[in-house]
Structures are given as structure tokens and as C-alpha cells.
Design a protein around this ligand. Structure first.
Ligand code: MN
Length: 286
């Protein structure tokens, strides 16, 4: 166990959610692990997709030009190559281990297209809400190279990549006010155990993406999402018989109304109507 972060009582698995197979973009097959049903419970997280296939027809269509308003998207590539382009003139190539953090704010129009004709394409896309007073700010975008992401490697074989927030004495490159997201990629060997402190009011979840996780004696299956209870000062995560790779997320809830229409997430229906109007009239981003 890591000496640097200890908790006294782990949160429990309140519920496990199995991902929903679906398609998005131009026919990209993916698993929607966090759907609209859990947006209130897991505030400030709005959506989590896990895409992963070595069948080119499942991903080759990519996500051609499309808009967003009112929240942030975080793309974490596990395998493959994806190119981003947006109306601001930003362009970036995401490769295995890289992270793209995009704040849509009042509006962005972008494409996310595979830059490979074969082989495995795999990763997460997470939608993180913005508080109402930041939803209409100017869009921004940041690519973070794999090699720039702080990591903790222990002799036991445990590895933790700190993408956002902080853990032990490591501080991730991304810090956000209001939602205070913690985003860790945790790799454990059989028998390894890690403590991850989480503030009491924050919502937290764990998604194993290779192997199963053990949390307070409950086995969480691969590609399922464990919604963690609110009691406890963090979560204790174990790998049992197989190596484990898991994404761990926590954040401070905004407690604001959530109204989503496709790629737009605002606080009221009137704001969504205004967004549709702006989009149709070419004023989403201006
Ligand atoms: Mn997008």
C-alpha cells in the first residue's frame, strides 16, 4: 500500500452500472457508461463513453464537424491515433496516453477523426459540466502529451497517472475551479491496494477497463461503472487475481439544473432554445 495517501474508511459500491452499447458520430460504436440517467447522481459528470475496437468499420467514420456548448470534454486515448480540429484553428493529434481537455464554453465546432485505417482504437471521452456563470465563456483547448502527465510508479508494480486534481504529493496538469475534478488512471498488480482520498461532498466513481476491481469486498466487473457511496473519506481499490487498470473520477457537484439536448448542456430549456437558434444562425461560437 502507498505510504503517502491513507484513508480511514472506504466508500462502498452503491451500485454497478453496465455500459450501454450505442453509436455516435458517423457510426462509431462505443459503450456509454455514464448515461443521462445518472447525471444528477454523478454531478458534475454528464457522460462517459468508452470506445474500443480493432475493427476499422467500428470507428473509421469518426466524429465529423459537430458543435458543443456549456461544458467540457476530456478525451483520454488508450490506443490508436485521433486528430482534433476546431473552428478556432486548433489542431492536435492524440496518441496513446495523451489527453485532450476542451472547454466548449459558449460554443465550439470541432471534428475528432481517427488517423489510422486499421488496428486498435481505444479510449475514454468524459463530459464534465461547467457552472452556469462559465457556460458562455470563450472556448479553449489543451492537448497534454502522455509524457507530461505526472505518474507515480511503485516497486510493487502499481502505477498511478494523475490527469486532473491531485493524489499523494502529485498534482495533475489540469485543475478546475468549481467542479474540482480528480481523474486518475490506476494500474495495479494482483494483491496491490491503493487508497484515494475523496472529499465528503464529492461524487465518485470507478470504471475498471482491464481486469476486475475489488472495493470493500465487492467485485466490480470490467467496463462497468461503480458508483461510490457518500460515506467514507475516500476509496480503497484492490486488484485481486489479475492485473487491474481502472479510471477513477471524483468531482464537486454543482447542484444546478441540467438540461441537455444532444451536444448542448445548459441550465434551462430557454437557454437550449437560444443555443439551437444561435447554432442555426451561425452564432454559436461568436
Ligand atoms: Mn465532440
Amino acid at each position: 500500500m502507498d505510504e503517502l495517501s491513507k484513508i480511514t474508511r472506504s466508500r462502498r459500491v452503491e451500485r454497478q452500472v453496465r455500459g450501454l452499447p450505442t453509436q455516435d458520430g458517423d457510426g462509431v460504436r462505443l459503450t456509454r457508461i455514464l448515461t443521462a440517467n445518472e447525471q444528477q447522481r454523478l454531478d458534475p459528470f454528464l457522460m462517459i463513453d468508452l470506445f474500443g475496437s480493432d475493427e476499422p468499420l467500428d470507428y473509421i467514420g469518426g466524429f465529423p464537424d459537430h458543435p458543443h456548448r456549456g461544458f467540457e470534454t476530456i478525451t483520454y486515448m488508450l490506443a490508436g491515433r485521433m486528430r482534433h480540429r476546431d473552428h478556432l484553428g486548433n489542431e492536435g493529434l492524440l496518441q496513446a496516453g495523451d489527453v485532450q481537455w476542451m472547454t466548449a464554453g459558449r460554443g465550439i465546432i470541432h471534428s475528432e477523426m481517427p488517423e489510422q485505417l486499421e488496428g486498435l482504437m481505444r479510449g475514454f471521452q468524459i463530459w464534465l459540466n461547467l457552472p452556469s456563470h462559465l457556460k458562455m465563456n470563450t472556448a479553449s483547448y489543451q492537448d497534454i502529451r502522455c509524457t507530461d502527465i505526472p505518474r507515480h510508479v511503485a516497486n510493487s508494480g502499481m502505477e498511478v497517472r494523475i490527469i486532473a486534481g491531485s493524489w499523494a504529493h502529485h498534482t495533475g496538469i489540469i485543475q478546475r475551479p468549481h467542479t474540482l475534478p480528480l481523474m486518475l488512471d490506476v494500474h495495479l498488480q494482483p494483491g496491490n491496494c491503493i487508497d484515494i482520498p475523496v472529499p465528503a461532498e464529492h461524487n465518485a466513481l470507478v470504471i475498471p477497463y482491464e481486469g476486475n476491481a475489488l472495493i470493500e469486498d465487492v467485485e466490480v466487473a470490467c467496463a462497468h461503472m461503480a458508483i461510490l457511496s457518500q460515506e467514507g473519506d475516500g476509496v480503497r481499490l484492490l486488484a485481486d487475481r489479475q492485473p487491474l487498470k481502472a479510471l477513477m473520477l471524483a468531482g464537486q457537484p454543482l447542484h444546478e439544473p441540467i438540461v441537455q439536448y444532444g451536444p448542448f448542456v445548459m441550465n434551462t430549456r430557454a437557454e437550449i432554445m437560444q443555443t439551437m437558434h444561435d447554432f442555426r444562425n451561425g452564432r454559436l461560437t461568436s
